[in-house]
Structures are given as structure tokens and as C-alpha cells.
Write a protein that binds this ligand. Sequence first.
Ligand code: ASP
Length: 399
Amino acid sequence: MTTEVFRRVCVLYTGGTIGMGYNADGLLEPMRLKHLEEFLIKMTILYEKKPNETEEQARARIVSKDGWIFLPQKAVDDYPSVDEKTKYHVLYKIKAVEPPIDSSKMVPEKWFEIADRIRAVKEQYDGFVILHGTDTMAYTSSALSFILKDLKKPVILTGAQRSIFHPRSDAEDNFIGAMLIAGCYSKTAALQKVMLCNDCKLFQGNRVCKFDCDSFRVFDSPNMKPLAYLDTIIKVRDCKSDPVEETIFVNRQETARDGGLPDVRLLRFFPGIQEKYVRSVLEGADGVVLETFGSGNAPEHDWLKKALIEAGRRKVVMLNCTQVYRGTVLPIYAASEAGVVFGYDITPEAAMTKMIWTLKTFPDFETRRQVLEASICGESSAPPKQIKFIQKILTQELY
Ligand code: ASP
């Protein structure tokens, strides 16, 4: 007897080229959800309709009465099943984060909204796929890796360089690849995290950079190999994460303040950088990501050291990461004197989003620094640490 295993995936459509089509004026814009959903159903019918079936009969088989859509079974059958008697099926529902946007319009508030929507329905699904424009996908995937670090389900961002409605597009491949991982591999512990699927590769979401605007190979993960390769055979790399031996204890009363976003800034060093410019970036900031030279070097100016030290005294949190594409910042350079935290090999996208998340989540200056200098969810090769929330007992209460 065959055992049928059904895996349920929630698809969140945020916009991007993958869902773009021409409007009445001949201009490209993100299509509405219904249009995209209908196209995906038709695509499955095309692959799955049996010769003796009408299109209506095939549709009734592919879309259940309560709205679940089956992923093409021919693609699901590529999944190396545990045994011949187990048959997997991937079903999905597609929902929109309104309004669908070009991802250049993405804002941090939306990261938190997407995360809230995922958390709200997490028990109903095995995995999540987020359709997103490629321009800021690396920021969203990094941000979600921090916000959803305790979710323990696969969340996969994907998009395309060309619309799914175009006959020569990377969209279908990316979509089906992401769906297979979110569905079939949802119980694989190493893949229960935020990831990004592009061009037959599955990357860890907080390790990616967009590095090509033209090719279908849009993303790279400069300091970490892909987690899986979706070639003719799907190969998941045997990736063991380092044991987490240290814990950062955080007083629960000091967390999760609602309210606005922190003022986070980017200071990229360049030869000839001027004091006035540096001070204008540091003045009034809550947190600053420094993009330094090579392995964390800064120009040798007394005024620069002074400006950084003064910013540190004002409790501006500063994170040093390299402006070089690949490699790591070493904790040996002058910036450490100013209390700047070392980001190791964190990408600029992960550094920026981690800074925003950290400052929004932890009001205490020392906690912020501790969180930033550790690897919280595999975002860098810094020593890994976990965060534990505790109920602080005030000393006075003991007497
Ligand atoms: N500008 C588009 C976006 O990021 C590009 C894409 O989707 O690839 O939304």
C-alpha cells in the first residue's frame, strides 16, 4: 500500500518582475494576485492533464474544493522519497502582501509585516515561499532570518529576472525549485531557516548578495557555499552548524518595544573622506554600519578615531564590515579602540538588516553590542551564540 504524504506551502506574493505583466497602457507593472494564481493553475494543468480528461476535469483534480493548488506532480516526483511506497504531494495557497510592489519600494516595516503574517499561520503550513523582486531580496531574506530565527520551518524567497508570463523566463524554474524545498524538505532540520532560491541553487538567506543584473544567475553567497543544488538531481549539502556554546541573556522587560524604527546609517570609507562628512553621518545616528577597507582598515586620521570614540560614548552602535566582496574583517584594527563591533564576514545586506533588527529589539547598549558581535543565525563566521530571554528579578525584591 502506498502512503500519501501531503505537504502544505503558503506562497506570499509581494511583487517583483516575477509577477509583472503589461497594463492597458503597455507599461510593465506587478499583476494582481488572481492573474498570477490563474497562470500557475494553467501551468499545472498543462503538465498534468491526462489525455482522456477535459481541461475542466483536470482543473477539478488540481485545485481542491477548499482552494489548495497542487504543484505539478512530475516535479514533486523528483524528490528522493524515503521509500518506494511513500508518495509526496505539494499543495499550496497563494496570498498577496498588498499592494504588490517593485522591490525597490520595500521598507523595513514590511519585513515585520511579512514575518507577522507567517507567524500567524505557521501551524497551518509546512513551509513558506515568498515571491519578491530581486533588487532588495537579499535585504528581505537577511532581515527575515533574524526576525524569524525561531520559526523552525523553511521560508524561501525567490523571484525572477523575467516575468513568469514570458516564454523565456527563469521564473518557473525558481518557483518550482523553491516550492519543492519548502514542501518536500520541510522536515530536513538543516533547511528549517530563511533561504533564497535562484538559478538552481539554494542559499542561506542571510549570506546572499545580488551580484548580476542581467544574468539568470542573480545571486551569490560570497562566504558560504549553497545549501543545496537543484540540478537534474536535488543535492542537499551535508551542512552541520557549529555547536552553540554561549548564551546572551536578555531581560524580557527590556525587549520588543513597539514604536518606530531606529535611525541606522551606512558609512563607507574611501580615500580622501572628509571629517565633515564622517561627523554628519555619525551625529544623531542610533547605529552605523562601517564599510571599511580590506580586513577592516580605516584611513589613518586622528580626527576619525576621535569621531568614532565620541560616537561610541554617545552609545551609537557601530559594526565594522568590509567593503570587499569576499573575506572577513579581523578584530585587530584601530577601530576596536572606539568600541566598534567586528562583523567578521557578514554581507553588507545582513549587516544593515541585523543592525535594524537588533536596535529595534534590544534597547540596552551592551546587549546590542553582544548580539551584533555574535553569529545569531549563521549570518557570519563570528562565534555563534543563542539569545535567551529571562525574567529579571530586581535585587530590591529579595529584601
Ligand atoms: N526591479 C525588480 C524588483 O526588484 C527587479 C526584479 O524583480 O528582478 O522588484
